[in-house]
Design a protein around this ligand. Structure first.
Ligand code: ATP
Length: 327
């Protein structure tokens, strides 16, 4: 759906130049929910602005639905933007228009007739669960309701991609969950590809099936979420499923075990004790649902009363049970 190749965006010139995005290549699969996670200043917004053609890259290419954005002229770009919906952290609704009129706005610009427009707006209000608030103004709506209007407006023209820029950062945790669940349902029901940028790991954990981690203008890693978290060296896995402070292990004798797949519920820890006579101390870890699957990561310290054990045999035992280990 989206292919970014060697994208660089530099603001300013000379010694004032800031490379906000540096040599980024990215692939967003069709029909999924792709998260771009990074701290403030990582370059997420700049990347998003290049993906939506709001910003022209300094170099590199951005292809959306098979069309190279950097080659389009203004009218073509305007046309292309109808295929991309956007929602924002602060909703960006028009205060003088009701919820229904905000949602109708992009349809008016497209010249859709009154009757057709009304039917589409009603359908969208129902999709986002706001049929009873059609006549309310933004000032009369809660943050979560405003974001629902934002989502309906973004979907009005039937885009192929929905871009979400920190869409839940201004919302409380319970409302965040509702909005994320709504985005997931819309993705499943309409097939629209969703790209969201966020600094909140919960967003990625809860709804994404693929993700990229961004830092200092670069992509650190990217791919299907379950593949990333199964990689014992993944930095994204450390963020999504932290295993505690490494300082808890001053002698550095611990390993991080990642449990995925059908063996998640097996008593693997007691298996290590039974099979190898090991003492297992759990130093930290987390278990959560990731991309619809239960995944656990544990930092454990393994010791044997004799002072040594067959590490290769332990490794093999773990691999056979689909547990990956960072020794
Ligand atoms: N228009 C601009 N002119 C100059 N520098 C900019 C501009 N926009 C962004 N930058 C710089 O580029 C870097 C990346 O900023 P960007 O806003 O893309 O990051 P971000 O990950 O979205 O962070 P945040 O979530 O805080 O917005 C920062 O160092 C920022 O100061």
């Amino acid at each position: 759906m989206i292919t970014v190749t060697n994208l660089t965006k530099v603001y300013g010139k000379g010694d004032k130049a800031v490379a906000a995005v540096q040599d980024v290549s990215l692939h967003v699969p069709d029909g999924g929910i792709f998260g771009i996670l990074g701290r403030s200043g990582a370059g997420k917004t700049t990347l998003m602005r290049c993906l939506t053609a709001l910003e022209r890259p300094t170099s590199g290419s951005v292809e959306v639905a098979g069309i190279e954005l950097t080659s389009l002229n203004r009218p073509q770009l305007r046309q292309m933007r109808h295929r991309m919906g956007m929602i924002f952290q602060h909703f960006n609704l028009l205060g003088s228009r009701t919820a229904a009129a905000n949602i109708a706005f992009p349809l008016e610009i497209q010249g859709i007739s009154g009757l057709q427009r009304k039917a589409r707006v009603d359908e969208l209000l129902e999709l986002v669960g706001l049929s009873d608030r059609a006549g309310s103004y933004p000032s009369q709506l809660s943050g979560g309701q405003k974001q629902r209007v934002g989502i309906a407006r973004a979907l009005a023209a039937g885009p192929q991609v929905l871009f979400c820029d920190e869409a839940t950062s201004a919302l409380d945790p319970a409302t965040t969950e509702q909005i994320l669940d709504l985005l997931k349902r819309i993705n499943q029901e309409t097939g629209v590809t969703v790209v969201l940028i966020t600094h909140e790991s919960e967003v990625v954990r809860r709804i994404c099936d693929s993700a990229a981690l961004m830092a200092n203008g670069r992509i650190v890693e990217q791919g299907p979420l379950l593949e990333l978290v199964a990689d014992p060296n993944s930095q994204l896995a450390d963020i999504l499923l932290p295993t505690g402070d490494p300082a808890l292990d001053p002698e550095q004798r611990s390993m991080v075990l990642t449990f995925t797949g059908s063996h998640t519920a097996e008593p693997i820890i007691s298996g290590l004790t039974r099979h190898f006579g090991l003492d297992v101390a759990i130093l930290g870890g987390s278990v959560d649902w990731i991309a619809g699957q239960k995944v656990g990561r544990l930092r454990v310290a393994l010791t044997h009363p004799d002072g040594f054990y067959d590490r290769a045999a332990v490794h093999q035992y773990l691999i056979e049970r689909e547990v990956s280990a960072r020794l």
